[in-house]
Write a protein that binds this ligand. Structure first.
Ligand code: MN
Length: 285
């Protein structure tokens, strides 16, 4: 059975987003703990994203664009423009700071930012960043897909992965039916970025999302229109997480400690990413 729920509309800097995860009923799908469908939002030349330096702990950010450009800067020294079809994967570990700036030219930002909760083995470790300009692609029943993380139908992404999870973008023509092979051990979420699809009798489109429990070895996706969607999956996450603001932890004590360290300024834990944008203050606990 598919469970369908509405995303919540929120604002991140200048970008309008539809937040599909987390939900009260679905804190995580595999290790995926956050999904923001961003835009389409146009950024005029000279207008910035408003997403200045802010900290993260205990998670990976997975940034994927359909249109536009963003400039990522972080406290491990990265300065990377991301374009459609490329992956930015930042691992926070014990602490990282980044900014997501407009690239300098006018563009319409449309894409998705996902977070992956880190397991116990790596969440206290070092921060890191990977940019993948090219990712492996495949085709099933005429549907074209790109694997961001993990694997789908034997196509394997080279991106870092700390748990058994995967994420892929799938593009289908209108009026087609696609049979996607799944891993029975995985639970799944579908987030539609463009168009509309029907899955297990439910219509999914931008603004809602669907979740599927483990136990399925395939999924039939009927495209009601040309569509682009993200398929996320993974083994149910082993730990109960505490998410607050930009932090993924295991208790509110850990969150409070990270918050107070951030509020004291840049530090060994949260170094300066050298962005011209204004630092973002944490909200009250
Ligand atoms: Mn961030």
């Amino acid at each position: 059975m598919i469970e369908v729920f509405d995303s919540r509309v929120a604002r991140v800097g200048e970008l309008l987003v539809r937040r599909a995860l987390p939900r009260r009923e679905h804190r995580t799908v595999g290790a995926w703990c956050f999904a923001d469908h961003m835009g389409p939002s146009s950024l005029a030349e000279g207008v910035d994203s408003g997403i200045g330096p802010h900290p993260h702990i205990g998670l990976q950010t997975v940034t994927w664009l359909v249109s536009g450009e963003l400039r990522h800067r972080d406290s491990v020294g990265s300065d990377q423009v991301i374009k459609p079809g490329q992956l930015n994967l930042m691992t926070a570990g014990h602490g990282v700071v980044h900014a997501e700036e407009a690239s300098g030219t006018a563009s319409t930002i449309h894409g998705i930012q996902l977070w992956v909760a880190q397991p116990e083995a790596t969440r206290h470790g070092d921060a890191a960043f990977e940019h993948h300009a090219e990712l492996p692609r495949g085709e099933i029943d005429g549907a074209r897909f790109t694997v961001l993380v993990g694997s789908l139908a034997g196509v394997v992404s080279p991106a870092r992965r700390d748990t058994d999870h995967f994420g892929a973008e799938i593009v289908v023509e209108g009026g087609t039916a696609t049979r996607l092979p799944l891993d029975r051990a995985h639970e799944h979420a579908i987030v539609v970025v463009e168009g509309a699809v029907r899955v297990e009798g439910a219509v999914l489109q931008p603004g809602n999302a669907g979740c599927l429990a483990p136990g399925l070895d395939q999924l039939v996706v009927d495209a009601l229109a040309p569509a682009r969607f993200m398929l996320l999956g993974g083994v149910p996450f082993a730990s109960k997480i505490t998410m607050w603001w930009n932090f993924v932890a295991r208790s509110m004590d850990e969150v409070a400690e990270a918050r107070s360290q951030w509020e004291r300024g840049f530090s060994d834990r949260f170094p300066d990413p050298c962005s011209p944008l204004a630092r973002i203050a944490a909200p009250p606990l």
